[in-house]
Design a protein around this ligand. Structure first.
Ligand SMILES: [Zn+2]
Length: 68
């Protein structure tokens, strides 16, 4: 997966993290960023599962387990 140039994570002078996405900048303490990233990762997983599963099953079995 290519990193998006629109999404950037920088360390601030205050020791916190700045997550910049397009024109939006979020300011996190490190531990809160980890928590945030974990949540976002879970959301991405649940969304991609929801979005790709019905399409994938229509084309092929996602696990390669063909039922004959
Ligand atoms: Zn700062």
């Amino acid at each position: 997966m290519r990193p998006s140039p629109q999404l950037k994570l920088t360390m601030c002078d205050c020791g916190n993290l700045h997550l910049t996405y397009r024109s939006l900048t979020l300011h996190f303490e490190k531990t809160k960023f980890y928590h945030f990233a974990e949540q976002v990762g879970r959301m991405a997983t649940s969304i991609s599962t929801r979005l790709t599963l019905p399409q994938t099953t229509a084309l092929m079995n996602p696990n390669g387990q063909n039922v004959h």
